[in-house]
Design a binder for this molecule. Structure first.
Ligand SMILES: Cc1cc2nc3c(=O)[nH]c(=O)nc-3n(C[C@H](O)[C@H](O)[C@H](O)COP(=O)(O)OP(=O)(O)OC[C@H]3O[C@@H](n4cnc5c(N)ncnc54)[C@H](O)[C@@H]3O)c2cc1C
Length: 409
């Protein structure tokens, strides 16, 4: 069955390279529409990388649960390890919109790997933005080159959506903090080198939280078993455990009590990035569906001749473009430092991750039974983006943020 294994997996990428001028007409879902020439260049570099370096391996990385360290280091050589980190510490210094365009493009090649890269980029940005000069120069260069990898540690077994209730304690002892507690669901956990950890240095609530940077190998830092997951299999997820783990005070980002605010500022960009990963998966899935409808015949003619399926495809394309506009609008607001940026990021994450999941799922449905086979890429996009509706704040939490803004409650 070599024909099935080769063509549907790579299909999205062969199609991506020729979809822009489908039958001589610009495609209505072209992700380069409205971008500057410079942004089109970043996008082309990222799409080429996704096509050549990621797409051919995405099924194997998923199946064998491979964390593709060397591929990510290659991506970092193109500037994708610290996309919105400042250049003096090795970053690319690009905007949030540029970042979104890049993650969307990379995600067409492997959504799970790109999503991890987005978390890594968020951590590097947090250190760049809230660290002092010494911390920036110590940590950022090796993160931007992806010689080292980072994890973001907020969630705990007893504190998920109510993140400000976290209990991991960091007690001050001279020039150190002594950490006790545990984090759950940490992306990259155990395989990564740098841990950006939110922990309690003060009283209850968000104001008692600080942000510390820990390095792998610190005595008292250990990891749980690797979780078995529905998707996101090219990146490990583990608990991170602290048992009398001693961390120098000089590893604290910002002031004591600033940790929750740092964590949330990281997540504003994180939400745009994860939504961008959903856009890439949805885009690839629309192309796969488009191709399948054209090739597959039932009732004596191509499925593409069926008006019900045509209408569903048109809806998928429309929802994809609407989601992309939301994400890019939020990225611009964040870049401009607008007051409404955080809520726009939440709205974009809510809308894009819900819509893109529905698009990928509909694309799977259009493949019929073949869509349910692992020989076909569409099922992996469905599995990989399901979790985007859950993490970096669930989509219920996104609704809470939007409602609070509207009702001022
Ligand atoms: C694969 C994976 C990777 C992850 N990576 C990371 C990571 O790298 N770092 C990290 O810190 N965390 C990570 N997470 C954790 C993730 O952010 C949390 O799972 C998420 O925030 C939800 O928390 P919870 O699982 O405890 O669910 P809960 O908070 O227990 O929520 C359960 C359900 O109840 C809903 N709910 C809760 N409260 C309300 C409310 N007030 N109103 C309405 N509905 C509500 C939720 O939306 C959800 O649907 C990851 C999770 C997964 C699955």
């Amino acid at each position: 069955m070599a024909w099935r294994a080769a063509s549907p997996r790579l299909g999205a990428h062969l199609l991506l390279s020729r979809h822009r001028h489908h039958r001589g007409i610009a495609s209505c879902i072209d992700p380069s529409a409205g971008l500057t020439e410079e942004q089109k260049e970043f996008q082309k570099v990222a799409l080429d990388f996704a096509t050549k370096e990621m797409a051919p391996h995405m099924a194997e990385w998923d199946e064998k649960e491979i964390f593709p360290v060397e591929t990510m280091r290659k991506a970092a050589k193109l500037g994708f390890g610290g996309i919105y980190v400042r250049p003096d510490v090795g970053g690319s210094g690009l905007s949030r919109l540029d970042t979104s365009v890049i993650f969307e493009a990379l995600s067409t090649g492997c959504t799970s790997t790109t999503a991890y890269m987005s978390i890594h980029n968020m951590c590097a940005w947090m250190i760049d933005s809230f660290g002092n000069e010494e911390q920036r120069h110590k940590f950022c260069p090796s993160l931007c080159s992806m010689e080292k990898f980072a994890s973001y540690c907020l969630t705990e077994p007893g504190s998920g959506s109510d993140a400000a209730s976290l209990l991991t304690s960091a007690k001050r002892k001279g020039d150190t903090y002594v950490l006790n507690g545990s984090k759950a669901f940490i992306s990259g956990g155990g395989d990564t080198d740098v841990y950006v950890v939110m922990c309690r240095t003060g009283g209850p609530g968000p104001k008692g939280i600080s942000c510390l940077v820990l390095e792998k190998g610190t005595p008292g830092l250990s990891f749980g078993k690797k979780e078995k997951k529905v998707g996101w299999n090219s990146q490990p997820t583990r608990a991170v455990i602290f048992e009398d783990c001693v961390v120098p005070v000089e590893n604290r980002l910002g002031a004591e009590g600033q940790g929750f605010s740092i964590a949330m500022k990281g997540l504003n960009g994180g939400r745009i990035n994860i939504a961008s990963c959903s856009l890439g998966a949805a885009h690839a899935s629309v192309l796969l569906a488009q191709e399948h409808l054209t090739v597959r015949k039932q009732f004596g003619e191509p499925l593409a001749n069926n008006q019900y399926l045509q209408f569903r495809l048109a809806e998928m394309a429309t929802r994809l473009v609407a989601a992309r506009l939301m994400v890019r609008n939020a990225a611009r607001a964040l870049q401009e430092g607008r007051e409404d940026a955080a809520v726009l990021c939440s709205m974009a994450k809510l809308f894009a991750t819900d819509e893109c999941f529905a698009i990928c799922n509909q694309a799977l449905q259009m493949h019929g039974g073949y869509g349910y086979l692992k020989d076909y890429a569409v099922q992996q996009f469905v599995r990989d983006i399901r979790v985007h509706q859950i993490l970096e704040g669930t989509n219920e939490v996104m609704r809470m943020i939007v409602a609070r803004n509207l009702l001022q409650v």
